[in-house]
Design a protein around this ligand. Structure first.
Ligand code: ZN
Ligand code: ZN
Length: 468
């Protein structure tokens, strides 16, 4: 029985992965065994012979199988993994060492074949455990995290080759290379970095280790915070709004005071900037449950939002203290409440929630009716379904179509000469200014239509968002 040919045969599969690109496993052998003929048929016959020799070697834990594994250069970790003698709790390399020692006792002449360069199962990855774990530990140094997930990436060919080799000589039930290496890395890194726990879902940190390059890639998952904001001042946009003149490029321009922003503040900047500072995040995103126009306030309980802090280095936050800090810095502009930890799923939830909203709106009207008649006519709109063609003011960014939205109720109609104010609750997506002035007849019915006059909106407040 000559185990060498099939050992080398398997080596070609490793060589194909690119791991050993400079190593040609056939370089010695072809010259020695097939000096003259090198055609396909010969190779095929040779292959058949090799197959037979594979069958002749018993699998581990048979002593002959273990001896074969040692001859082809199996490392202690892999020997411990494939020998089929593992005792639960023993480290793999200790098991491998013991198995090797027992085999040497049986046959003192047993040795690793001369042409072996590294372990055919793991290509010596287990010997690099210390290097690998040091790289990972330094890659995550300075990042606050407790839930960490490890991904180990192998070249597909290497996985297939290892599986084939394991199927031919390893004991039944031997653990795959990937899972074993992953466990080994995790236990070594855990010893070097206190306070982390390895998880398989909802990680704060994703570490991807590439076995080909020994490269470590760290992905810090975003931190999400939910809250509600009240907007107390008009003229503040919900999200950052790049300067129209310079589009926020190259450090801004004269017209934006070199801020790159059309408006000095936004709800996003007022909420997120202190959060970015405390979490040392790279950037932020702001997700509101709908939005109000820049000239519209939002009072009552406020509008739900989720702030997304991207790649944060810090995750432990004193939310009460942060709330106070944000509200103090944004005094008279906005106010936030109910700050708590959130997640990406909640972003979708608040984006998809079609909450009814209540508004207070004040406008002028050149009507000719007395107060009672005005109230009756406006009240007649309560419970009606509006047909709203896309308003002219948003036509450039919204599809032109007719939307049907219900006016749930109208209350508190107050008439002061030609100024009128009322509260209205309506379906999500109702254009409320258009409900009043009719947008030149594009919204039907409307306050302007029932009052038979021209209406001009003075201001609009979101009074409540009926959600959460
Ligand atoms: Zn190995
Ligand atoms: Zn500018």
């Amino acid at each position: 029985m000559d185990p060498e040919p099939e050992g080398d045969d398997d080596w070609t599969k490793y060589a194909d992965t690119g791991y050993e690109s400079s190593y040609d496993p056939w370089a010695d052998m072809v010259a020695a065994e097939e000096p003259e003929e090198d055609d396909f048929d010969d190779e095929f016959e040779d292959y058949e012979e090799n197959q037979i020799s594979i069958r002749e070697i018993p699998r581990c834990p048979a002593p002959a199988g273990i001896e074969h594994a040692i001859r082809i250069g199996t490392c202690d970790h892999c020997l411990g993994r494939i020998a089929g003698v593992r005792i639960a709790g023993d480290p793999l390399d200790a098991v491998g060492e013991r198995v090797r020692g027992q085999a040497l006792e049986r046959d003192p002449d047993l040795k690793v074949n001369d042409d072996v360069e590294c372990c055919p199962f793991c290509e010596d990855l287990f010997l690099d455990l210390d290097l690998i774990s040091n790289r990972i530990a330094s890659a995550i140094d300075g990042i606050e995290c407790s839930r960490v997930q490890l991904g180990v990436h192998f070249a597909k060919d290497q996985v297939a080759a290892e599986e084939a080799l394991r199927a031919s000589i390893a004991a039944t039930g031997s653990r795959p290379l990937k899972a074993t290496l992953s466990d080994a890395i995790q236990s070594v890194v855990a010893n070097k970095v206190p306070g982390i726990s390895w998880v398989k879902e909802r990680p704060e940190l994703m570490i991807l280790f590439d076995t080909l390059t020994l490269g470590v890639n760290v992905d810090i998952r975003a931190l999400f915070l939910y809250g509600r904001y009240r907007k107390l001042e008009r003229g503040v946009p919900q999200t950052r709004w790049p300067c129209r003149a310079c589009r926020g490029r190259d450090g801004g321009c004269e017209s934006c005071n070199f801020t790159g922003q059309q408006y000095p503040d936004s709800i996003q900047s007022l909420v997120c900037e202190p959060l970015v500072e405390h979490t040392q995040a790279k950037s932020d995103a702001f997700h509101g449950m709908g939005r109000e126009d820049i000239d519209v306030r939002c009072i009552g309980n406020g509008r739900p939002f989720v702030a997304e802090l991207k790649s944060p280095l810090r995750r432990t936050l004193d939310l009460d203290k942060l709330t106070k800090e944000i509200n103090k810095a944004a005094k008279d502009k906005i106010e936030i409440t109910g700050l708590r930890l959130s997640n990406r799923a909640e972003v979708s939830r608040i984006k998809e929630t079609n909450a009814e909203k209540s508004y207070t709106i004040r406008f002028t009207c050149d009507h000719d009716f007395d107060e009672e008649e005005v109230i009756t006519r406006i009240q007649s709109l309560s419970g009606q379904v509006l047909e709203q063609q896309t308003p002219q003011r948003v036509a450039h960014r919204r599809a032109d179509k007719i939307r049907k939205r219900k006016v749930i109720s109208i209350d508190n109609i107050q008439v002061e000469e030609n100024e009128i104010e009322f509260d209205v609750r309506c379906e999500s997506g109702t254009y409320v200014k258009e409900l009043v002035h009719s947008d030149e007849g594009r919204t039907n019915p409307s306050v302007a239509a029932v009052l038979e006059g021209d209406c001009e909106v003075i201001w609009l407040d979101v009074k409540d968002i009926h959600a959460d």
